[in-house]
Write a new protein. Sequence first.
Length: 224
Amino acid sequence: MKHGIDTALSVAKEKKLQVFRPFETKKFIIRVFDSEKVASVVKLKFYEKLFFKLKEKNKKIKNSANLRQFRKEDIPILFDLLVDLTKDYEVSIEPNFEDFKWVLEQPATNCIIYEKSEEIKGFMLAWEFKLADFGNAIPFGWIDIIHIKNLSTSEATDLSLYLSETSNAKGWLGLQSPYIPYYKSKPLQKANFVFFPKKLSFDIILLSKVKIPGKFKAAYFDWR
């Protein structure tokens, strides 16, 4: 990844394009279902491997009646929730309905919903990718969207546990994403997600003259 960053910055410098670094994140959020297999593609110290091993088992969901997989008829509602979420932050990637719909309809996508009194209150979205190194590759989930702002800690914890349960059932060996703090971390920590120290910078290369605020504290990004 370092070489990819270096190449992008070199091209920007050569083309005299302005590079803007709004902020950095210092943590990844990780959930491991099989630490032995994950260790075959990720270099883990013995105590890190042991820690992930202790966190493998999924806790019991307290209220499963409000949890379900998304259905196609949910897409407009989920998109409206996503648009509403992006309005909470200083800088956000503007959602595109067709892009969002296309991702949801892919078989390698896992989207789960918290519904109460026939109203969708929150959702999480992840998609499959290959985690690879040392000549090996394993199926993993990339967490794309976490929408839990309308949920209590208990409700959001149940949704987080359900994301793990359904992702594991799809054959994924874990979940990960850089931690961008647009959502509460406590429910995920209670659901055995680990906040792992890892630095990642966010660079924006400006292709035209666009006004962007200086350093900002709150932002929403998805990963498409």
